[in-house]
Every structure is written in structure tokens, then in C-alpha cells.
Write a protein that binds this ligand. Sequence first.
Ligand SMILES: [Zn+2]
Length: 112
Amino acid sequence: MQIDPEHRAGADQISAQLAALGFVLPGSVTHRQARCGKPSCRCHADPPVLHPPFWSWTRKLAGRTVTRRLTEDQLRDYQPWFDNSRRLRALVTELEDLSLRVLDQDPRWGHK
Ligand SMILES: [Zn+2]
């Protein structure tokens, strides 16, 4: 099958970026300020005195939502892995789009 060299080069370039990605963590991280479980705590008063905000990491695990807290230090270390996750999805989408363009050019589809 004949593939446009430009498309082939594009696929090689995306594949190289995928190969260089490294670690990838699923889910999303948000900065949250929640009330605790103690009803007598100041965070339940009116007006509330909230606890310091924290980093909350949420992901899906076997259909359930799992949440864990991350320290500032952990977030600093793992942020690139979360960024890589976004990058991975973007690259896969790019590779799919490119593959679909190649497929569209297949002469065996015949003329419309
Ligand atoms: Zn509290």
C-alpha cells in the first residue's frame, strides 16, 4: 500500500514523541478547601473558618472514583506525570486523525 511520505513522516514524529513520554498518571488534580468530619469544628461555624486548601487527586478505578490527597512536595514531583497524561491523549488523537486522513486517501474506496 502506498502512503504519502509526508503522512509517514508525521506518524514517525508522533510515535517518537510517544516513545519519549515516560511516566503517565491518570486522573486530575484540583486545589480544594473542604469541611472536615467534625461537626464542632470551626469549619462548620457560621461564618466558617476553613482549613488550609489541599491538593486532591481524583481518578477512576474499576468504575469508581478514587480520591487521594497529595502534599505540595508530591505534586511538584508528579505534576510532569499528570502533564504527560494530557500529552499522551493529545498525541493519540493526533495519530488517529492522521491515520484517518491516510485511510480516506485509499483509492480502494472508489469514486463517490
Ligand atoms: Zn474542620
